[in-house]
Design a protein around this ligand. Structure first.
Ligand code: AP5
Ligand code: ZN
Length: 216
């Protein structure tokens, strides 16, 4: 089973795709996480991506398509994968289609997390993650059970993303509207697009997703 999560920045793609990964044994592939790893390593890809990411802009299609292609060719993707943050442009959606067809594969489900723009900036500015295991939290909606301690691994070290400042979030939303929202009709046509109300509490969002998965 191959799944795509679509939705604006802060819609909950990372949160929900990690839950789905655990539940169904699929591999979560976050192109944002992959790029942040490259930036931290100081690789060529990281150097090309850093200033664009810091400005809230998308990185070039050629770069991200090549990176994604080599990732989904890894043996751990044979059982299926969950794409979180890809595709993000019409060019990426078409390239994905072509690479899957060449391999006799397809996308089974596209989950669109629908969230009003006015709550996205608050969600993103309240986000922090565990520096040890990457678990995602939110100051308002999802704090750790014990203050200052990661629920998953017990670490006391947390971090925030460089692009989560409010000015950058405005740019990320502009990019979403201009380049990513137009790909929704592409998946609507395939009949595999499911609209999920992403404004409900995270557990209720998960329940809607599980209902879609149960129908597959
Ligand atoms: P990326 O890392 O993909 O960021 P994004 O799409 O902007 O999405 P986010 O990670 O900000 O949000 P999310 O939807 O995962 O929400 P989350 O679950 O964390 O991309 C970063 C950058 O990399 C891009 O700007 C671009 O430069 C580059 N890039 C990446 N992929 C690319 C591509 N394909 N092409 C070109 N460039 C690319 O939740 C957010 C917060 O809300 C958390 O605090 C969470 O706890 C909380 N929350 C989650 N669900 C709920 C809920 N239901 N109710 C209340 N709070 C909730
Ligand atoms: Zn942790």
């Amino acid at each position: 089973m191959n799944i795509i999560f679509l939705g604006p920045p802060g819609a909950g793609k990372g949160t929900q795709s990690k839950r789905l990964e655990e539940r169904y044994g699929l591999v979560q592939i976050s192109t944002g996480d992959m790029l942040r790893t490259e930036v931290a390593r100081g690789s060529d890809i990281g150097k090309q991506a850093k200033s664009l990411m810091d400005a809230g802009r998308l990185v070039p299609d050629e770069l991200i398509i090549a990176m994604l292609k080599s990732r989904i060719e890894q043996p751990d993707c044979v059982k299926g994968f969950i794409l979180d943050g890809f595709p993000r442009t019409t060019g990426q959606a078409e390239a994905l289609d072509t690479m899957l067809k060449a391999d006799n594969k397809k996308i089974d489900v596209v989950l669109f997390l629908d969230v009003d723009e006015d709550i996205l900036a608050d969600r993103i500015s309240g986000r922090f993650t565990c520096a040890q295991c990457g678990a995602t939290y939110n100051e308002v909606s999802n704090p750790p059970k014990k203050e200052g301690e990661c629920d998953a691994c017990g670490s006391h070290e947390f971090k925030r993303r460089a692009d989560d400042r409010r000015e950058t979030v405005v740019e990320r939303l502009k990019e979403y509207r201009k380049l990513t929202a137009p790909i929704l009709p592409f998946y609507e046509k395939t009949g595999r697009l499911y609209k999920i109300n992403g404004m409900l509490p995270a557990a209720e969002v998960t329940a809607q997703i599980e209902a879609v998965m149960a129908g597959q």
